[in-house]
Design a protein. Structure first.
Length: 54
């Protein structure tokens, strides 16, 4: 569990996360669409989020 239970609290990017684990195993990771998190760049090779949606 990563402690992220509501969208109001910030996500702790210092802990392991799924996209970083995928990258470590040779996968390319992208985030496209909408997400309720700030600072999306960690763990993603490419990201494109809808304006004002995280």
């Amino acid at each position: 569990m990563n402690g992220k239970i509501v969208n109001v609290l910030a996500f702790n990017w210092q802990q392991d996360n799924f996209p970083e684990l995928l990258q470590a195993n040779g996968y390319q990771t992208d985030m496209i669409g909408k997400i309720h998190m700030d600072e999306i760049s960690q763990g993603f090779d490419f990201f494109l989020v809808l304006p004002e949606q995280g």
